[in-house]
Design a protein around this ligand. Sequence first.
Ligand code: SF4
Ligand code: MSK
Length: 651
Amino acid sequence: KKAAKPKVADPVAATIDKASQQMIRRAQELGIDTCFDRNVTLKPCNIGNQGTCCKNCGMGPCRLPLPKDYDEKNDNRKGICGASANTIAARNFIRMIAGGAAAHSDHGRGVAEVFLSAARKETDAYRIKDTRKLLEIAPHLGVETTVEKDGEVLDRDIDEIALEVGEAAIAEWGKVGGELSYAKRAPEARYEIWKKNGVLPRNIDREIVEIMHRTHIGVDQDYKNLMKQGTRAAIADGWGGSMLATDLQDVLFGTPYPLASEANLGVLKADHVNIVIHGHEPILSEMIVVVAQKPEIVEYAKSKGAKGIQLSGICCTANEILQRHGVPLCGTFLQQELAIITGAVDAMVVDIQCIFQNVANVANCFHTKLITTHPIAKMEQDNAIHIEFDEHHAMEDAEKIVRMAIDNYENRKAEVMIPHQKSPIVAGFGVESIEYHLGGTFRGTYYTLNDNIINGRIRGIAGVVGCNNARVKHNEGHIAVVKELIKNDVIVLTTGCNAIACAMEGLLTPESAAVYCGPGLAEVCETVGIPPVLHLGSCVDNSRILLAATEVVKAGGLGNDISDLPVAGSAPEWMSEKAISIGHYVVTSGIYTVFGAVFPTAGAPVFQRYLFEELEKIYGGMWDFEADPIKHAWKMIDHIDKKRKALGIDK
Ligand code: SF4
Ligand code: MSK
């Protein structure tokens, strides 16, 4: 009997990226499986995919697939307890929001704790770096920045302000009474919509906990009421946990401004110690960046035969250290195993979120040290080394990790094979730099964003964000959607793995405007020297997109609320619960949002219609799904045109 040939992925069908194709082939030659191969052998459950499998109690799982002869009026599908397909799909959907909001917000809480520690001067490693940002956010948290003395208005002491900001920020997670402080940062009309509909978050943790309660067997069994809670938790994420994470990181580590770097596996260097940082929290990676630049550490690396230390990143920790230090991007979510397959990674340092457990198995086939650093994210494999990071001895922990990587450089055994592909990029945009580069204000001069939208050079704004998903061809959707948008004069704001995909494709350079943009957008980008796709950071930095939209509203000329703007959102290759939470806070902030890949409510058409159509009547924004990237982009452009028409600025 012949042994069955193991099923493996076709590299060309799996990804559009040549560097990744080369590494998938290399892994297959070495007999190491990657997510691309597992995608071939492991088929998804069709019922789970439709969102209509419930396992919220021990009588289930109750599986309610959409029948082929589905008839909406006679849909009698129900679980043992009687839960309808709509209830099950809505419960599953808001549990995804809870997971995503918890992930972003717990990240934010971790940053807030380090912030408070820095404000109390309990640590030497972290300091308040960006006092301008501190003074900007303080009033939103109810902290005064000036004091009146003898009829004179005086500036308050920065240390005092920092301490109060830290304490007020921490309180946002669990305060009793009141509402989420940052909700009032939204345009007034938006805040009033949330208030009228009773979805203003009370505090961050409570909204997440309440989702778990309401979705327990026998509690909330009305999909509209379930979604109301999903909305509260999602707003608590976008305008709370995520926004606080972004702001406090900016105060601690500096607000990003545009800088140059590179992206893709080709940033690894054969003759350097390669340290790849992967995950989401920049708390430790900021320290690793400092340590890796210390002359004595670089000398230590040289003493081991390396020419230096090459840091690079995967996923959103990568975006964090890129936007503040120019550390190059090694790859997207789906390239984490491929980086190790190069044989050149001396250490992969991981913190939280989006880390494949299989990186430990791949590392085991090479000399790579796989180092976990966060108490809530360990791995069962023996080769995973846990060095728990603590802000009170941050520098020592970071130095221990970097030295471990350097010591490991000599242990490279397998042949090193680094793909040559890498692209130049300009990253590190934010509300401040968009304003600065486009005329120093949002409205009133030839260059500004609002004026260019009103005069039609820029048709609209798209936020294109989110993950990769092994079920669809890596980066194909991301790149096709973004290219179609900029070709039609829609400027793109990007974060997360979409930002990395665009970086790899060369879309984050000012020069790319002449090649890929419609004439209006090209003229703007060439005049002010910005890329047509602006990298705004990591997943939590989607809050920067919310604030950019708010500034556009406040500047005037484009309506009174975010829902009036010619703006649309997209996640062409989403996969994480965080993406669902992001999608929902974007929708309920008033933005039409299209997801690609799959949509997790297809088995409950009534509930899905509520998300896709009826939410627009409440929030001015709604969900949509389109797998085909060109149709996906055109749904967004059509929506942008609809908003232009309503504003009377269509030509
Ligand atoms: Fe089935 Fe109801 Fe239990 Fe869900 S909660 S598993 S639908 S019995
Ligand atoms: S890393 S959440 S795969 S964007 Fe933020 Fe990428 Fe999605 Fe993770």
